[in-house]
Design a protein around this ligand. Structure first.
Ligand code: PLP
Length: 424
Protein backbone atom coordinates (compact mmCIF):
# COMPACT_ATOMS: atom_id res chain seq x y z
CA UNK A 1 0.00 0.00 0.00
CA UNK A 2 1.46 3.33 -1.05
CA UNK A 3 0.44 6.81 -2.17
CA UNK A 4 1.55 6.91 -5.80
CA UNK A 5 -1.66 6.91 -7.81
CA UNK A 6 -3.15 8.25 -11.01
CA UNK A 7 -5.54 11.13 -10.74
CA UNK A 8 -7.07 11.25 -14.18
CA UNK A 9 -4.20 10.46 -16.51
CA UNK A 10 -1.43 11.91 -14.33
CA UNK A 11 0.59 10.02 -11.76
CA UNK A 12 0.65 11.71 -8.37
CA UNK A 13 2.61 11.33 -5.18
CA UNK A 14 0.05 12.16 -2.51
CA UNK A 15 -1.40 15.50 -3.72
CA UNK A 16 1.46 16.46 -6.01
CA UNK A 17 1.62 15.57 -9.71
CA UNK A 18 5.00 14.00 -10.42
CA UNK A 19 5.33 16.18 -13.51
CA UNK A 20 5.47 19.17 -11.18
CA UNK A 21 8.29 17.57 -9.18
CA UNK A 22 10.25 17.05 -12.39
CA UNK A 23 9.69 20.68 -13.34
CA UNK A 24 10.87 21.88 -9.96
CA UNK A 25 13.92 19.69 -9.29
CA UNK A 26 14.67 18.03 -12.62
CA UNK A 27 15.36 14.37 -13.31
CA UNK A 28 16.48 11.81 -12.35
CA UNK A 29 15.12 12.24 -8.87
CA UNK A 30 13.96 10.05 -5.98
CA UNK A 31 10.50 10.99 -4.75
CA UNK A 32 9.43 9.78 -1.30
CA UNK A 33 5.92 9.81 0.06
CA UNK A 34 5.87 10.96 3.69
CA UNK A 35 2.43 9.44 4.23
CA UNK A 36 3.64 6.08 2.98
CA UNK A 37 6.71 6.13 5.22
CA UNK A 38 4.61 6.96 8.27
CA UNK A 39 2.04 4.34 7.42
CA UNK A 40 4.56 1.56 6.86
CA UNK A 41 6.40 2.28 10.09
CA UNK A 42 3.14 2.40 12.06
CA UNK A 43 1.74 -0.78 10.57
CA UNK A 44 4.90 -2.66 11.49
CA UNK A 45 5.13 -1.12 14.95
CA UNK A 46 1.45 -1.60 15.77
CA UNK A 47 1.57 -5.21 14.67
CA UNK A 48 3.80 -5.91 17.68
CA UNK A 49 1.84 -3.77 20.14
CA UNK A 50 1.16 -6.83 22.34
CA UNK A 51 4.84 -7.54 22.87
CA UNK A 52 7.69 -5.56 24.39
CA UNK A 53 9.63 -4.64 21.25
CA UNK A 54 12.00 -2.20 19.63
CA UNK A 55 12.11 -1.39 15.94
CA UNK A 56 15.69 -0.79 14.89
CA UNK A 57 15.25 0.49 11.35
CA UNK A 58 17.98 -0.83 9.08
CA UNK A 59 19.82 2.34 8.11
CA UNK A 60 21.46 0.87 5.02
CA UNK A 61 18.11 0.47 3.25
CA UNK A 62 17.79 4.24 3.06
CA UNK A 63 19.96 6.49 5.14
CA UNK A 64 18.75 9.99 4.29
CA UNK A 65 18.70 12.09 7.47
CA UNK A 66 15.09 13.18 6.94
CA UNK A 67 13.92 9.59 6.74
CA UNK A 68 15.93 8.58 9.80
CA UNK A 69 14.56 11.55 11.69
CA UNK A 70 10.99 10.63 10.83
CA UNK A 71 11.38 7.10 12.21
CA UNK A 72 13.16 8.34 15.34
CA UNK A 73 10.27 10.70 16.01
CA UNK A 74 7.96 7.71 15.81
CA UNK A 75 9.96 5.92 18.49
CA UNK A 76 12.25 3.87 16.28
CA UNK A 77 15.85 2.95 16.86
CA UNK A 78 18.46 1.93 14.31
CA UNK A 79 20.40 -1.05 13.08
CA UNK A 80 23.77 0.17 11.85
CA UNK A 81 26.57 -1.51 9.95
CA UNK A 82 29.28 1.14 9.98
CA UNK A 83 30.64 4.17 11.78
CA UNK A 84 29.22 6.30 8.99
CA UNK A 85 25.74 4.99 9.71
CA UNK A 86 26.16 5.72 13.42
CA UNK A 87 27.25 9.25 12.50
CA UNK A 88 24.06 9.65 10.48
CA UNK A 89 21.92 8.34 13.33
CA UNK A 90 23.40 10.87 15.73
CA UNK A 91 23.03 13.69 13.16
CA UNK A 92 19.36 12.81 12.82
CA UNK A 93 18.88 12.95 16.59
CA UNK A 94 18.56 9.20 17.14
CA UNK A 95 18.74 7.75 20.65
CA UNK A 96 21.99 5.73 20.94
CA UNK A 97 20.24 3.58 23.56
CA UNK A 98 18.09 2.25 20.72
CA UNK A 99 20.95 1.42 18.37
CA UNK A 100 22.20 -2.07 17.59
CA UNK A 101 25.45 -2.47 15.71
CA UNK A 102 25.69 -5.35 13.23
CA UNK A 103 28.28 -6.14 10.58
CA UNK A 104 30.82 -8.82 9.87
CA UNK A 105 33.81 -6.46 9.69
CA UNK A 106 33.66 -3.92 12.49
CA UNK A 107 36.89 -1.94 12.83
CA UNK A 108 38.56 -0.79 16.06
CA UNK A 109 37.57 2.80 15.30
CA UNK A 110 33.96 1.81 14.76
CA UNK A 111 33.83 -0.21 17.97
CA UNK A 112 35.32 2.70 19.92
CA UNK A 113 32.87 5.14 18.35
CA UNK A 114 29.95 2.88 19.27
CA UNK A 115 31.16 2.39 22.84
CA UNK A 116 31.72 6.11 23.30
CA UNK A 117 28.22 6.77 22.01
CA UNK A 118 26.63 4.21 24.33
CA UNK A 119 24.72 2.02 21.91
CA UNK A 120 22.29 -0.63 23.14
CA UNK A 121 24.36 -3.60 21.93
CA UNK A 122 26.72 -5.11 19.43
CA UNK A 123 25.55 -8.01 17.33
CA UNK A 124 28.78 -9.97 17.31
CA UNK A 125 29.64 -12.07 14.28
CA UNK A 126 32.86 -13.91 15.23
CA UNK A 127 35.03 -14.93 18.19
CA UNK A 128 37.81 -12.58 17.11
CA UNK A 129 35.37 -9.70 17.01
CA UNK A 130 34.16 -10.65 20.49
CA UNK A 131 37.70 -10.54 21.85
CA UNK A 132 38.38 -7.22 20.15
CA UNK A 133 35.25 -5.64 21.63
CA UNK A 134 36.20 -6.97 25.07
CA UNK A 135 39.72 -5.56 24.79
CA UNK A 136 38.62 -2.12 23.55
CA UNK A 137 35.88 -1.87 26.18
CA UNK A 138 38.49 -2.70 28.83
CA UNK A 139 40.85 0.00 27.55
CA UNK A 140 38.02 2.53 27.60
CA UNK A 141 36.82 1.51 31.04
CA UNK A 142 33.43 0.54 29.63
CA UNK A 143 31.25 -2.53 29.46
CA UNK A 144 29.96 -3.75 26.12
CA UNK A 145 26.51 -5.34 25.86
CA UNK A 146 26.31 -7.97 23.17
CA UNK A 147 24.18 -10.50 21.36
CA UNK A 148 25.78 -13.12 19.20
CA UNK A 149 24.54 -13.09 15.64
CA UNK A 150 23.64 -16.71 15.22
CA UNK A 151 23.53 -18.22 11.79
CA UNK A 152 20.63 -20.68 12.00
CA UNK A 153 21.33 -22.36 8.63
CA UNK A 154 17.86 -21.68 7.29
CA UNK A 155 17.21 -21.16 3.59
CA UNK A 156 15.37 -17.84 3.22
CA UNK A 157 14.41 -18.78 -0.38
CA UNK A 158 15.48 -15.45 -1.81
CA UNK A 159 18.16 -14.22 -4.23
CA UNK A 160 21.55 -15.82 -3.37
CA UNK A 161 23.23 -12.40 -3.06
CA UNK A 162 20.81 -11.42 -0.28
CA UNK A 163 20.72 -14.75 1.58
CA UNK A 164 22.68 -14.41 4.79
CA UNK A 165 21.54 -17.20 7.10
CA UNK A 166 22.94 -20.25 5.32
CA UNK A 167 25.98 -22.09 6.56
CA UNK A 168 27.79 -21.10 3.36
CA UNK A 169 27.30 -17.37 4.08
CA UNK A 170 29.93 -15.18 5.71
CA UNK A 171 27.55 -13.88 8.35
CA UNK A 172 27.14 -14.79 11.99
CA UNK A 173 28.26 -17.70 14.12
CA UNK A 174 27.03 -21.16 13.21
CA UNK A 175 24.24 -22.20 15.52
CA UNK A 176 26.10 -25.44 16.33
CA UNK A 177 29.06 -23.41 17.66
CA UNK A 178 27.02 -20.70 19.30
CA UNK A 179 26.62 -22.29 22.73
CA UNK A 180 30.39 -22.63 23.15
CA UNK A 181 30.84 -19.08 21.95
CA UNK A 182 28.31 -17.81 24.49
CA UNK A 183 30.14 -19.64 27.27
CA UNK A 184 33.40 -18.02 26.15
CA UNK A 185 31.73 -14.60 26.00
CA UNK A 186 30.58 -14.95 29.58
CA UNK A 187 34.16 -15.37 30.76
CA UNK A 188 35.31 -12.10 29.18
CA UNK A 189 35.80 -9.32 31.69
CA UNK A 190 34.13 -6.42 29.88
CA UNK A 191 31.26 -8.13 28.09
CA UNK A 192 27.62 -8.36 29.15
CA UNK A 193 25.71 -11.01 27.26
CA UNK A 194 22.14 -9.79 26.91
CA UNK A 195 20.66 -11.24 23.75
CA UNK A 196 20.46 -13.52 20.76
CA UNK A 197 20.46 -12.08 17.24
CA UNK A 198 20.00 -13.26 13.67
CA UNK A 199 19.31 -11.91 10.19
CA UNK A 200 18.70 -14.58 7.58
CA UNK A 201 18.37 -12.54 4.42
CA UNK A 202 16.36 -9.97 2.53
CA UNK A 203 13.23 -9.86 0.37
CA UNK A 204 11.84 -12.96 2.09
CA UNK A 205 8.32 -13.66 0.88
CA UNK A 206 7.33 -16.67 2.97
CA UNK A 207 6.71 -17.00 6.68
CA UNK A 208 8.33 -20.46 6.91
CA UNK A 209 12.01 -19.44 7.06
CA UNK A 210 11.26 -16.94 9.84
CA UNK A 211 9.40 -19.57 11.86
CA UNK A 212 12.15 -22.12 11.38
CA UNK A 213 14.68 -19.55 12.56
CA UNK A 214 12.54 -18.58 15.52
CA UNK A 215 12.17 -22.13 16.76
CA UNK A 216 15.93 -22.69 16.57
CA UNK A 217 16.66 -19.43 18.34
CA UNK A 218 14.08 -19.81 21.08
CA UNK A 219 15.50 -23.25 21.85
CA UNK A 220 18.90 -21.58 22.15
CA UNK A 221 17.47 -18.88 24.45
CA UNK A 222 16.03 -21.56 26.73
CA UNK A 223 19.29 -23.48 26.79
CA UNK A 224 21.23 -20.32 27.62
CA UNK A 225 18.84 -19.38 30.39
CA UNK A 226 19.12 -22.84 31.87
CA UNK A 227 22.83 -22.17 32.12
CA UNK A 228 22.22 -18.91 33.94
CA UNK A 229 22.59 -16.41 31.09
CA UNK A 230 20.41 -13.33 31.54
CA UNK A 231 19.04 -13.23 27.99
CA UNK A 232 16.64 -10.30 27.65
CA UNK A 233 16.59 -9.56 23.92
CA UNK A 234 15.81 -11.65 20.87
CA UNK A 235 16.62 -9.88 17.61
CA UNK A 236 14.90 -11.32 14.54
CA UNK A 237 16.80 -9.09 12.10
CA UNK A 238 15.03 -7.73 9.03
CA UNK A 239 14.23 -9.34 5.74
CA UNK A 240 10.48 -9.17 5.32
CA UNK A 241 9.85 -8.77 1.60
CA UNK A 242 7.60 -6.51 -0.45
CA UNK A 243 5.71 -6.77 -3.71
CA UNK A 244 7.78 -5.66 -6.68
CA UNK A 245 6.00 -7.76 -9.31
CA UNK A 246 3.70 -10.52 -8.10
CA UNK A 247 5.27 -11.64 -4.84
CA UNK A 248 2.84 -12.20 -2.00
CA UNK A 249 4.91 -11.65 1.13
CA UNK A 250 3.23 -12.03 4.51
CA UNK A 251 1.77 -8.76 5.76
CA UNK A 252 3.45 -7.36 8.89
CA UNK A 253 0.35 -8.33 10.92
CA UNK A 254 0.62 -11.93 9.78
CA UNK A 255 4.37 -12.00 10.45
CA UNK A 256 3.78 -10.47 13.88
CA UNK A 257 0.98 -12.85 14.85
CA UNK A 258 3.12 -15.87 14.04
CA UNK A 259 5.97 -14.50 16.13
CA UNK A 260 3.86 -13.31 19.06
CA UNK A 261 2.28 -16.77 19.34
CA UNK A 262 5.67 -18.35 19.82
CA UNK A 263 7.61 -15.92 21.95
CA UNK A 264 5.19 -14.23 24.33
CA UNK A 265 5.86 -16.87 26.99
CA UNK A 266 9.61 -16.18 26.89
CA UNK A 267 9.26 -12.70 28.41
CA UNK A 268 11.82 -11.18 26.06
CA UNK A 269 12.05 -7.79 24.42
CA UNK A 270 11.93 -8.49 20.70
CA UNK A 271 14.07 -6.45 18.33
CA UNK A 272 13.30 -6.11 14.64
CA UNK A 273 15.54 -4.59 12.01
CA UNK A 274 13.18 -3.92 9.09
CA UNK A 275 14.49 -1.98 6.12
CA UNK A 276 12.86 -2.79 2.81
CA UNK A 277 9.38 -3.44 4.17
CA UNK A 278 9.27 0.09 5.62
CA UNK A 279 10.88 2.14 2.85
CA UNK A 280 10.74 -0.03 -0.30
CA UNK A 281 7.39 1.09 -1.65
CA UNK A 282 7.64 4.60 -0.25
CA UNK A 283 9.54 6.03 -3.21
CA UNK A 284 9.86 6.10 -6.95
CA UNK A 285 12.75 7.05 -9.16
CA UNK A 286 11.52 9.70 -11.56
CA UNK A 287 13.30 9.67 -14.89
CA UNK A 288 12.97 11.27 -18.30
CA UNK A 289 13.11 9.58 -21.68
CA UNK A 290 16.08 10.87 -23.68
CA UNK A 291 15.81 8.80 -26.85
CA UNK A 292 14.13 5.75 -28.24
CA UNK A 293 16.07 3.59 -30.63
CA UNK A 294 15.59 0.40 -32.54
CA UNK A 295 18.51 -2.00 -32.56
CA UNK A 296 18.77 -5.03 -34.80
CA UNK A 297 16.84 -7.27 -32.47
CA UNK A 298 15.63 -4.99 -29.69
CA UNK A 299 13.98 -1.69 -29.00
CA UNK A 300 15.58 0.55 -26.41
CA UNK A 301 14.22 3.37 -24.33
CA UNK A 302 17.19 5.43 -23.17
CA UNK A 303 16.40 7.33 -19.97
CA UNK A 304 18.39 9.77 -17.86
CA UNK A 305 18.63 7.44 -14.82
CA UNK A 306 21.23 4.71 -14.87
CA UNK A 307 22.69 1.89 -12.85
CA UNK A 308 24.64 4.40 -10.79
CA UNK A 309 21.31 5.82 -9.59
CA UNK A 310 19.51 2.48 -9.11
CA UNK A 311 21.75 -0.57 -9.26
CA UNK A 312 19.29 -3.26 -8.18
CA UNK A 313 18.29 -4.42 -11.67
CA UNK A 314 21.95 -4.74 -12.70
CA UNK A 315 23.13 -6.25 -9.42
CA UNK A 316 20.31 -8.64 -8.54
CA UNK A 317 18.37 -8.76 -11.77
CA UNK A 318 15.57 -7.19 -9.74
CA UNK A 319 12.23 -6.26 -11.16
CA UNK A 320 10.95 -2.71 -10.78
CA UNK A 321 7.61 -1.80 -12.23
CA UNK A 322 7.82 1.14 -14.66
CA UNK A 323 4.87 3.43 -15.30
CA UNK A 324 4.39 6.45 -17.51
CA UNK A 325 3.84 9.62 -15.50
CA UNK A 326 1.22 10.65 -18.04
CA UNK A 327 -1.01 7.83 -19.18
CA UNK A 328 -1.66 7.82 -22.90
CA UNK A 329 -3.30 5.23 -25.06
CA UNK A 330 -0.61 4.15 -27.46
CA UNK A 331 0.38 0.77 -28.79
CA UNK A 332 2.64 -1.33 -26.62
CA UNK A 333 6.18 -2.40 -27.39
CA UNK A 334 8.60 -4.82 -25.79
CA UNK A 335 11.58 -2.69 -24.83
CA UNK A 336 14.71 -2.53 -22.73
CA UNK A 337 14.76 0.55 -20.54
CA UNK A 338 18.42 1.51 -20.32
CA UNK A 339 20.50 4.28 -18.79
CA UNK A 340 23.33 6.41 -20.15
CA UNK A 341 26.12 4.56 -18.32
CA UNK A 342 28.80 2.87 -20.40
CA UNK A 343 27.98 -0.71 -19.38
CA UNK A 344 25.78 -3.30 -21.05
CA UNK A 345 24.57 -4.11 -17.53
CA UNK A 346 23.11 -0.62 -17.29
CA UNK A 347 19.41 -1.34 -17.53
CA UNK A 348 16.34 -0.65 -15.41
CA UNK A 349 14.16 -3.20 -17.21
CA UNK A 350 14.63 -5.79 -19.92
CA UNK A 351 12.09 -7.16 -22.36
CA UNK A 352 9.39 -5.09 -20.73
CA UNK A 353 6.03 -4.36 -22.29
CA UNK A 354 5.46 -0.61 -22.15
CA UNK A 355 3.19 1.77 -24.03
CA UNK A 356 5.23 3.64 -26.61
CA UNK A 357 7.09 6.59 -25.09
CA UNK A 358 8.66 9.66 -26.66
CA UNK A 359 11.68 11.79 -25.80
CA UNK A 360 10.96 14.23 -23.00
CA UNK A 361 8.26 12.08 -21.41
CA UNK A 362 8.56 10.99 -17.79
CA UNK A 363 8.64 7.49 -16.34
CA UNK A 364 8.26 6.38 -12.73
CA UNK A 365 10.42 3.46 -11.62
CA UNK A 366 8.35 2.10 -8.76
CA UNK A 367 9.37 0.62 -5.38
CA UNK A 368 12.71 2.39 -5.39
CA UNK A 369 12.84 3.47 -1.74
CA UNK A 370 15.01 0.64 -0.41
CA UNK A 371 18.57 0.08 -1.61
CA UNK A 372 18.00 2.77 -4.22
CA UNK A 373 19.72 5.99 -3.31
CA UNK A 374 21.73 4.27 -0.56
CA UNK A 375 23.43 2.08 -3.18
CA UNK A 376 23.90 4.88 -5.70
CA UNK A 377 27.33 5.92 -6.89
CA UNK A 378 29.06 8.50 -9.01
CA UNK A 379 30.19 5.99 -11.63
CA UNK A 380 30.74 7.64 -15.00
CA UNK A 381 31.10 10.88 -13.00
CA UNK A 382 27.38 11.25 -12.80
CA UNK A 383 26.17 13.57 -10.03
CA UNK A 384 23.79 11.66 -7.81
CA UNK A 385 20.10 12.47 -8.16
CA UNK A 386 18.05 14.76 -5.94
CA UNK A 387 15.86 13.29 -3.20
CA UNK A 388 12.49 14.85 -2.52
CA UNK A 389 9.94 14.17 0.19
CA UNK A 390 6.30 14.87 -0.60
CA UNK A 391 3.96 15.60 2.27
CA UNK A 392 0.42 16.28 1.14
CA UNK A 393 0.82 19.20 -1.24
CA UNK A 394 4.30 20.10 -0.06
CA UNK A 395 7.53 19.36 -1.91
CA UNK A 396 10.60 19.17 0.34
CA UNK A 397 14.05 18.69 -1.12
CA UNK A 398 15.83 16.39 1.34
CA UNK A 399 18.99 16.16 -0.73
CA UNK A 400 19.72 18.46 -3.65
CA UNK A 401 21.06 17.06 -6.88
CA UNK A 402 24.83 16.85 -6.73
CA UNK A 403 26.79 19.33 -8.78
CA UNK A 404 29.97 18.80 -10.78
CA UNK A 405 32.01 20.34 -7.97
CA UNK A 406 30.70 17.62 -5.63
CA UNK A 407 32.27 15.03 -7.91
CA UNK A 408 35.83 16.26 -7.33
CA UNK A 409 35.50 17.37 -3.71
CA UNK A 410 38.61 16.27 -1.85
CA UNK A 411 40.58 15.28 -4.93
CA UNK A 412 44.02 16.78 -5.16
CA UNK A 413 46.64 17.17 -7.87
CA UNK A 414 50.09 16.84 -6.22
CA UNK A 415 52.55 19.72 -6.65
CA UNK A 416 54.90 17.82 -8.95
CA UNK A 417 52.03 17.51 -11.43
CA UNK A 418 50.91 21.10 -10.97
CA UNK A 419 54.41 22.43 -11.77
CA UNK A 420 54.24 21.49 -15.40
CA UNK A 421 51.40 22.60 -17.67
CA UNK A 422 49.65 19.94 -19.69
CA UNK A 423 50.70 19.62 -23.30
CA UNK A 424 48.06 20.76 -25.72
C1 PLP B 1 20.27 -5.43 5.55
C2 PLP B 1 19.99 -5.82 6.94
C3 PLP B 1 18.73 -5.63 7.50
C4 PLP B 1 17.54 -5.12 6.72
O1 PLP B 1 17.11 -6.01 5.75
P1 PLP B 1 15.75 -5.76 4.95
O2 PLP B 1 15.65 -6.91 4.05
O3 PLP B 1 15.90 -4.47 4.23
O4 PLP B 1 14.65 -5.71 5.96
C5 PLP B 1 18.56 -5.95 8.84
N1 PLP B 1 19.58 -6.42 9.59
C6 PLP B 1 20.81 -6.63 9.07
C7 PLP B 1 21.89 -7.16 9.94
C8 PLP B 1 21.06 -6.34 7.73
O5 PLP B 1 22.28 -6.55 7.22
Amino acid sequence: MHYFEYQGEDLYCEEVPLARVAEKVGTPCYVYSHRTLVRHFRVFDNAFADLPHLICYSVKANSNLAILRLFFQMGGGADILSGGELFRVLKAGGNPGKVVCSGVGKTEQEIMFALRTGILMFNVESSQELELIDRIAGQMGKRASISLRVNPDVDPKTHPYISTGLKTNKFGIDIRDSLDEYRRARRLANIDVIGVDCHIGSQITEIGPFMETLSRLSALVEQLRSEGFDIRFLDMGGGLGITYLDETPPQPQEYARAIIDRVSSLGLTMIFEPGRVIVGNSAILLTKVLFTKKGVSKRFVVVDAGMNDLVRPSLYDSYHHIQPVRRVSRHKDIVDVVGPVCESGDFLARDRQLPEVRPGELLAVMSAGAYGFSMSSNYNSRPRPAEVMIRGEEIHIIRPREEYEDLVRGEHIPDFLVAEDPEY
